[in-house]
Design a protein around this ligand. Structure first.
Ligand SMILES: Cc1cc2nc3c(=O)[nH]c(=O)nc-3n(C[C@H](O)[C@H](O)[C@H](O)COP(=O)(O)OP(=O)(O)OC[C@H]3O[C@@H](n4cnc5c(N)ncnc54)[C@H](O)[C@@H]3O)c2cc1C
Length: 263
C-alpha cells in the first residue's frame, strides 16, 4: 500500500504574521516557516500503518511549497517517512484553494497512491477545503475528521468525529482521509531519524513535470481575489464586576449575561 501524506509549509503558529499590502499575500520570508502542525497527525497515522506492515507499506510525503519547503520535508522524513516529493515553481505563488487542489491532484496522480492522508486544515489560511477538493478532483472517496483509522484489505474505515460522538464511515481505496488532532500523539524525530533523513530521497518537480496547465495556477489562474484586508480592531476592555456581597455579585453577572442574550 502506498500512503501519501500531503503537508503544508506554514508560518510558525506563534509568529506575528504580516500581510504584504502590494501583493495582499502573507509575507512568508519575514517569519520562520514550519510543518503545518495539523499535518503531523496525518504523518504519525501513516507511520503507524507502515510500522504495522513494513514490508508492504510505503509512506511518501507530498508538498507544494517554495524551495525552502525542503526543510519541512526533512522533518517528516526524520519522523520516519520513506521519501518525499516537493512541487515547487515560481508560477505557483498566489494560487488559491482550488488551484492548490488542482496541482495536488496532478502531483498525486503522477506519483500514484492508494491512500491519501491530510490534516483537517492549515494553521495559516485555515480554509479546510483542500482535502475535499483534492478528493473530488482525484475522483476518490473523501473521509473527513477521522479520530480513528483502520485499513482492512482494500478498504479504509474511520471514526468520524461528531459533536456528540462519532460516526463509522467506510470506503474502498484509493481514498482520502483527513485526520483530527485527537487521532494520535505525533512522535518527535530521534537523532537516528534526523541522521537517516539526510540519505532519504526528496524529488523536486516543476509544473512541466506533472503536466500542469499554467493558466490554472498562480494568482492569474485562481478564481478568488483578495480585494482588501484590514487589521482586526482592538478588543474592548472587559467589564469587571465587583461586589462585597456574593449574592449581589452573582445577580449582577446574571443580569449582565441576560442583557447580552448569553443566557
Ligand atoms: C493573505 C492570504 C490570502 C488568501 N486568499 C485566498 C483566497 O482569496 N482564496 C483562496 O482560496 N485561498 C486564499 N488563501 C489561501 C492560500 O492560497 C492557501 O494556502 C491555499 O488555498 C490552501 O488552502 P489552506 O491553506 O487553507 O488549506 P486547508 O484546506 O486548510 O488545508 C488542509 C490540508 O490540505 C493539505 N494542504 C493544503 N495546502 C497544501 C500544500 N500547499 N501542499 C500540500 N498539502 C497541502 C494539508 O494536508 C492540510 O492539512 C490566502 C492566503 C493568504 C495568506
Amino acid at each position: 500500500m502506498k500512503i501519501v501524506v500531503t503537508v503544508k509549509h506554514v508560518p510558525d503558529t506563534n509568529a506575528e504574521k504580516v500581510l504584504d499590502p502590494q501583493t495582499k499575500r502573507l509575507n512568508r520570508s519575514a517569519v520562520e516557516n514550519v510543518l503545518n502542525p495539523f499535518d503531523e497527525y496525518a504523518i504519525e497515522e501513516a507511520l503507524r500503518l507502515r510500522d504495522a506492515s513494513p514490508d508492504t507499506t510505503r509512506v511518501t510525503i507530498a508538498s507544494i511549497a517554495p524551495r525552502s519547503g525542503l526543510e519541512i520535508l526533512r522533518k517528516a522524513l526524520a519522523m520516519g517517512a520513506d521519501d518525499a516529493v516537493l512541487l515547487s515553481d515560481d508560477a505557483i505563488a498566489g494560487s488559491d484553494t482550488m488551484a492548490t487542489a488542482y496541482l495536488l491532484a496532478l502531483l498525486l496522480r503522477h506519483i500514484g497512491c492508494d491512500l491519501v492522508l491530510s490534516g483537517t486544515q492549515s494553521t495559516d489560511a485555515l480554509n479546510g477545503i483542500v482535502p475535499a477538493a483534492l478528493a473530488e478532483l482525484l475522483g476518490v472517496p473523501c473521509l473527513t475528521f477521522a479520530k480513528k483509522l483502520m485499513v482492512e484489505g482494500n478498504s479504509v474505515e474511520i471514526q468520524r468525529e461528531t459533536e456528540d460522538g462519532y460516526a463509522r464511515v467506510r470506503a474502498p481505496m484509493p481514498a482520502l482521509v483527513s485526520v483530527t488532532k485527537g487521532i494520535n500523539e505525533p512522535r518527535y524525530p530521534t537523532l537516528k531519524g534526523i541522521m537517516g533523513a539526510k540519505k532519504k530521497e526528496i524529488r523536486t518537480l516543476s509544473l512541466t513535470d506533472i503536466g500542469a496547465d499554467p493558466t490554472r495556477v498562480g494568482a492569474a489562474g485562481s478564481k478568488t481575489v483578495v480585494e482588501s484586508f484590514a487589521a482586526a480592531g482592538a478588543r474592548a476592555k472587559g467589564t469587571v464586576i465587583t461586589a462585597t456581597d456574593p449574592r449581589e455579585g452573582a445577580r449582577r453577572i446574571f443580569d449582565f449575561l441576560i442583557e447580552r442574550k448569553a443566557l
